[in-house]
Design a protein around this ligand. Structure first.
Ligand SMILES: Cc1ncc(COP(=O)(O)O)c(C=O)c1O
Length: 429
């Protein structure tokens, strides 16, 4: 562990400038967790605002800084949800906070073009050369919707192809997957007529891919280049190359969803690691520096369809606050040091978790894409208990995945390894 921690230590030194403590807030007038649970149950469906935030028991966060967040009951937690992956620089990075504060005072919405949107798009293009032009949206979901709208317009085709379990937001066209029998099933509320326009291919199924694009009626193949759920189900790079080739052969557009991977796995995103140039890329999360935002980037001829043919308004497109956070973040992550730093912490955790499995004899696996760590316990029941067991030990994962940032420290890593050792034992019991 010492050697691995040494890697992280030098990485931590590099990023010390990012982390500054923020004074705790006065809790004397804060509501209790139980009070919030009761009130939430009466006003929020299921007591929650997000499908992945229905924690049992629920937690309420009042403050976050660097790698940590603090709960309404005063507990301090090491955070690896990192804004669902959006916070590569950690919570409340001082430069981002300053940029957003200054921009807030200058106005939060101009209802007009502003210099920041130009600079933001230029920065994105400088890091992702496949994005010759960029159109901003309010979220990653909106961006994948827009990418498919552009693809359908450009090709004059209605069908789209997606990969099994790849996630692109919650709207109709991408809310279809195959059941165990290989039959398509759409999410509740998605009309069958719309679902019929989406073909689902299992990752690695070359025959299925060829069949899906062969009729020449598919506008696009959309995929997470990392594999489903930011690399939880890794995708063979050879299959990504096959998708590129199948798209080229049939006039189908390749849409790479880089909402999670963009700027996180490398300054040039997953496409730079894969050496593949998509026709359209979808961005979100890190690109907006922890504020709401998304974007579609890609071939100029495709993006230019937005200059008249494809109608795309949106109150929050290129919002100046998001732009200020996004620009500040992209400036800090463009040289690759931030990614290497976060990767170093994830690498250390990977190795230590592996050692934990060996030491405890509890069957499980840990694997990693850059700064994103995935854990699985072989026993499904134990696996489902792991996130709550980790929270009980003061560590918050996104389900059973962990996003590392530039500001996770050696102390965080050591505490997390200890917590993991106890949590897998608890979950396995
Ligand atoms: C790969 C991927 N695409 C799209 C989205 C949707 O982005 P948003 O939540 O900003 O709408 C997500 C969200 O987690 C995602 O993981």
């Amino acid at each position: 562990m010492a050697a691995l921690l040494a890697v992280s230590q030098s990485a931590a030194d590099l990023c010390d400038r990012y982390a500054r403590p923020v004074p705790p807030q006065d809790r004397s007038s804060a509501p209790s967790t139980q009070d919030l649970i009761n009130r939430a149950r009466s006003v929020l469906p299921g007591g929650s605002t997000h499908a992945a935030r229905s924690y049992d028991p629920p937690i309420y966060v009042v403050r976050a800084s660097g790698s940590r967040k603090w709960l309404v009951d005063g507990r301090e937690i090491i955070d690896y949800t990192m804004g669902h992956g959006a916070l590569l620089l950690g919570h409340a990075h001082p430069a981002v906070v300053q940029a957003v504060q200054e921009q807030t005072a200058r106005g939060t919405h101009y209802g007009a073009a502003h210099p920041l949107e130009v600079e933001w798009a230029e920065l994105i293009r400088s890091l992702l050369p496949s994005c010759q032009e960029v159109r901003f949206t309010a979220s990653g979901t909106e961006a994948t919707m827009l990418a498919l709208r552009i693809a359908r317009t450009a090709t004059g085709r209605d069908h789209v192809v997606k990969l099994q379990d790849h996630f692109h937001g919650w709207y109709d066209a991408v809310s279809v997957n195959l059941d165990d029998a290989g039959l398509p099933v759409q999410a509740a509320g998605v009309p069958a007529a719309l679902a019929a326009l989406t073909r689902v291919v299992r990752p690695g199924d070359t025959g299925g891919l060829r069949a899906a694009v062969a009729p020449g009626d598919a506008a696009a193949v959309i995929l997470e280049g990392s594999g489903a759920h930011y690399g939880r189900d890794p995708l063979d790079p050879a299959f990504v190359a096959e998708i590129r080739e199948a798209c080229d052969r049939t006039g189908t557009l390749m849409v790479m969803d880089e909402v999670v991977t963009g700027f996180r796995v490398a300054p040039g995103g997953m496409q730079s690691l894969l050496g593949v140039r998509p026709d359209l890329s979808v961005l979100g999360k890190v690109m907006a520096g922890g504020l709401p935002g998304g974007a579609v980037g890609g071939r100029r001829d495709l993006l230019e369809l937005l200059a008249g043919t494809v109608y795309h308004p949106g109150t929050w497109n290129a919002n100046p606050l998001s732009a200020s956070a996004g620009i500040t973040t992209l400036r800090l992550v463009g040289d690759g040091i931030a990614q290497r730093t976060a990767d170093g912490f994830a690498r250390t955790l990977e190795s230590e978790f592996d050692a934990t499995f060996e030491r405890t004899g509890i069957p499980g696996r840990v694997w990693r894409l850059a700064s994103i760590l995935h854990v699985a316990l072989d026993d499904p029941a134990a696996h489902s208990r792991l996130p709550a067991a980790m929270r009980g030990e003061g560590v918050d994962f996104l389900n059973t995945s962990a996003f590392c940032s530039t500001v996770h420290s050696l102390a965080d890593i050591e505490q997390t390894v200890d917590a993991f050792g106890r949590a897998v034992e608890t979950a396995a019991r």
